[in-house]
Structures are given as structure tokens and as C-alpha cells.
Design a protein around this ligand. Sequence first.
Ligand code: PAF
Length: 280
Amino acid sequence: MKIITSIEEQKEYCSSIEAEGNNISLIPTMGNLHSGHESLLLLSRSTKNKRIVSLFVNPLQFDSISDYRSYPSSIDSDIEILERNKVDCLFMPDENQMIENINHPETIHLPQYMSILCGKHRKGHFDGVFKIVKKLFKIINPSIAYFGKKDYQQLMMVRHIAKEYFGNRIEIVAGDTVRESNGLAMSSRNNRLSLTDKKIASSVHKELIIMRESINLGSNNQELLKKSIDALSDKYIKIEYLELLSSVDFSIISKKNADNAMLFVAFYISGVRLIDNIDV
Ligand code: PAF
């Protein structure tokens, strides 16, 4: 596997791939790879494209410097995973080079739905993701890019970027959320949880499943959401949001049974913020 750290070199490598008549698949990551990332790597094997993984812990998308500094890193095992998955190239850009000029006064126009859920609770987060994803797309020029469904709002924003800024030339493929056996969604942040924390955190996913059944049986959505927030909130779990929204435009689902409904949750456990979602 080729490892590239310079943007110029990465651009040249991508141009040479194109000159040979090949297309590129991009799997953007912040490293600390787990089975969730591996499922994207597996998904990306279904084409003949050259596969490039980017590894960049983007300081612009963190809420606080301490959250950024404590983001887990495991480069050696990441490289091992990528080699095992026969990735062609790892792009690990230098931070200064990547961030240089990126804050240029570009007015970021995000769809209205980006200001709810995580957009409401993590000010500036999606602006940071927007800038880095757009820059990665420009450097790599992929024909396909892979993102996890766990970060559903991010996935919707990336689709928006592909459409508005790249004329839909980049196909965005969504990978299903991979879970631990107790239902907890895989996340690099899980590394910061104790075994007990993980067990308690998995109760949130279990509650989402119970909610789905009640919603499909026709229960009153708003009452149900309130009841579930009360049931989950205790001295360990602090719910930031729990909402039932349309997966197409994030509008509130008020009808009892609606197509494209999704439950979205964000919560804190032992100071670690986790998110999850399920189709209803
Ligand atoms: O989902 C992630 O890991 C990050 O938000 C991404 C897409 C790599 C941008 O930094």
C-alpha cells in the first residue's frame, strides 16, 4: 500500500490513476479504524476502482480542543487493517497543509436541516466537516465515496456537497451501522468507555428498538418520545436529543405510521458523547 502525506503528491498519484483509465473510490476516515470502517472497506471492494483511504483527524470539526486532543489514534493497527483489506493508498495529509487557507471566507450554505440535531448541539461541527470533505473530494477526485449511516446527518450533507459542488459526479455510498453484539453502534469514541459504560450505553439502542415497535403499532409519537427520554435518563445517561424525523428531509413525523421515518438519538455517558439512529 502506498502511503502519501503531501497534497501535491496525492494529486499527482490520483491523476496518474485517471491517466491509466481507472476510477477512484475514497473512504474518508479519522483513523482508529474499527469494524464499522472495515465494513466500508469491504463494501468498496465491489468495484474495480483504485481504493484510497484518507486518515485525517480534522481539528475543525471538534467542539473543544480537549475532545480533539483525546481523539484515539492507532496508526500501526490502522495500516495493518488497510493492508489486510488490500487498500491501494493511504492519504495521511499533514495538518498544516490541510488546514492552510481552508478558513478563507467562503460562505457555507448548508441546507436548513443541518441546523437541527447535531447541528444544533455542536456549533460549527458541520462547517468543519464540510470544509474537509470538500477539500478531500477536490484533491482525490473520486467517482465513489463511502460514508457510514451512523452519522446520518453528515451523510446527507455529503450528498448535498456531491450534488451542489461536484455536479453529482461523485456517487455517495452509505454503509450500514455495525454494532457490537449488545447493539451498541461501533464508534472510535467507544474506546473511552468502560465495559460497564458500554453495557449501559447499549440500553439506548434497545430502547430505540422498543420504540420502533410501539411506533409501528400506532402509539402517539410525541408522548412516546417523552416517555423514552424519561425512561433512559438517569445518573449515567444524559439524553441530548431523541427525535423521530423523516430520513428524506428531517421533518417531524407526526403521522402515526409514515414512510422514511427514522429515530435519531445523541446522549452522554461518562462524559462521552455518542449518537445512533435506526429506521422505523
Ligand atoms: O466521519 C468521519 O470520520 C469524519 O467526519 C470525516 C467524514 C472523515 C470528515 O473528517
